[in-house]
Write a protein that binds this ligand. Structure first.
Ligand code: BG6
Length: 484
């Protein structure tokens, strides 16, 4: 495979919150990798903006430390780092006051792409948007990037959308869901719509059910105060799992362009039926030792926030009527494993008789780690003595299939930041999509609050509460194993 670097126009990218955790861990290392790949123009500039009293040289030193920590050792090259840092600047700014805005204005150039990354608390979005305009720093071609969480319910998401809309047009707003920047997540669309093989079978007539699993081994220690107010439903389901479900369930868009794709995703969200409470299992990890428990990690013995959730969903449209989507995600599980499994129905008639057993084709798309696809195919078990059937995997690991250049595949943040510079919104959420996702989520969360629902305890290092398996057992189905 030959990796191609498509040049982008030169830019001034301002990162509000440029000294923060996300900037250090994801945004700046992502930009550095694009720099090394040769995609960042030599005269492009990245401007960190934050409250801390720093200057360009102190900021560059701080970022050097972040790159050393968060960039793979083999990509960390002193010459590259020095050249990248020379394109970095810093402005001390007060989001809610007047300090620094004139300096920022003086730094920005005309005639280049201007992008503003709001890597700050959502409560500051309005202040930033207003000052960018009152100081004539942003114009009608500028772009802003905002992070999740985009609100914590429909009302707050609407309010945020309205605040941003006072100063920016929807075509200027890039709402990040970093799952959309993952290579394998985009592959879902390539697999579905680039092959003739799968799409004719991609419906309730042939698909028994679909499973979406996003399992994590990490707990919430260190970010308990954020997480405990969110839980798995707000933190993962409303956004990342919802996006995966949309890409799996949506109708083929007429073109791979931002509105065509987002229109189809929106239709899926709007077709989601309300969820029956008996189709939801919430869990909370609780180890034997105190240090192994969710309560300890969030420092609240009474917390009822879920760190695990499994649900059975229905997309109520012609294509999916009667085919359930089982989704689950959780912290402190057995392994880090994200995958989607499309479980096809049995062949309509078995010519081999009951003794051949029951066999099903399963298409598994591994999102991370070990990215790839496996198609379970039924064949004859070798040997004499009649026709016995076994299932074998047609297995493809992308890294093997694509060769060593697969290494050059950009990570989610680097791709998304470059898409902002390019002005391509396809992999970003539109305001109506986010609102529709909250409109579906809100009644579910309200239901738990209304009936005093408590999550079920589960041992760290397992697949979550046993009741999650029951969700599928009831219909004679089973989760695919989370493998260590
Ligand atoms: C974030 C969530 O959006 O995604 C985290 O807030 C979660 O709780 C993370 O751990 C998972 O992302 P990834 O890329 O590691 O799968």
């Amino acid at each position: 495979m030959v990796s191609r670097v498509i040049p982008v126009d030169t830019f001034d990218l301002v990162i509000f919150g440029g000294t923060g955790d996300l900037a250090h861990r994801k945004i700046l290392p992502g930009l550095y990798r694009r720099f090394v790949a040769g995609q960042m123009p030599e005269d492009a500039r990245v401007i960190g903006a934050a409250r801390a009293e720093l200057d360009d040289s102190k900021y560059r030193e701080e970022v050097r430390g972040a790159l050393r920590e968060y960039v793979d050792a083999q990509r960390f090259n002193e010459d590259h780092v020095a050249a990248f840092l020379s394109q970095l600047h810093y402005v001390q700014i007060d989001a809610q006051g007047e300090t620094g805005w004139k300096d920022l204005h003086a730094l920005m150039r005309d005639g280049v792409v201007k992008a503003f990354y709001f890597s700050v608390a959502p409560s500051l979005f309005g202040d930033l948007a207003e000052r960018l305009h009152s100081h004539s720093i942003a114009d009608s071609a500028s772009r802003i990037v905002v992070e999740k969480p985009f609100g914590r319910d429909l009302a707050s998401a609407r309010a945020l959308n309205q605040t941003l809309a006072e100063h920016f047009d929807e075509t200027q707003i890039y709402r990040i869901d970093h799952y959309l920047g993952k290579e394998t997540v985009q592959n879902l669309m390539a697999v579905r719509f680039g092959n003739v093989l799968f799409e004719p079978l991609w419906n309730a007539q042939y698909v028994d059910h679909i499973q979406i699993t996003v399992a994590e081994t990490v707990g919430v220690a260190g970010r308990g105060s954020y997480y405990d107010k969110s839980g798995a439903m707000r933190d993962m389901v409303q956004n990342h799992l919802m996006q995966l479900l949309c890409l799996i369930a949506m109708e083929p868009p007429s073109r791979f362009d931002p509105d065509a794709v987002r229109d189809e995703k929106l239709k899926v969200i709007r077709a989601l039926e309300p969820v029956d409470p008996t189709d939801i299992v919430r869990g909370q990890y609780e180890g034997k030792g105190k240090s192994d428990s969710y309560h300890e990690d969030v420092e609240d013995d009474e917390s009822r926030t879920e760190s695990f959730i499994a649900m059975k969903l229905h997309v109520s449209n012609w294509r999916w009527a009667g085919t359930p989507f089982y989704i689950r995600t959780g912290k402190r599980l057995k392994a880090r494993q994200s995958e989607i499994a499309v479980v096809f129905k049995d062949a309509p008639h078995s010519i081999f008789g009951a003794s051949a057993g029951r066999h099903r084709n399963i298409l598994t798309i591994r999102l991370q780690p070990n990215e790839g696809m496996t198609l379970g195919v039924t064949i004859k078990e070798p040997g004499p003595g009649g026709m016995r059937l076994i299932d074998v995997p047609l297995d493809m690991t992308f890294a093997d299939a694509l060769g060593p250049d697969n290494d050059a595949v950009p990570e989610a943040y680097e791709r998304l930041v470059m898409d902002v510079v390019r002005g391509n919104q396809t992999l970003f959420m539109r305001g109506d999509e986010v609102e529709a996702a909250w409109a579906w989520t809100d009644p579910i969360i309200e239901g738990w609050q209304g009936n005093d629902d408590r999550p079920l305890p589960y041992e760290p290092g397992t697949s979550g509460p046993e009741e999650s398996a029951m969700l599928l057992h009831r219909a004679n189905r089973r989760w695919r194993e989370i493998r260590e």
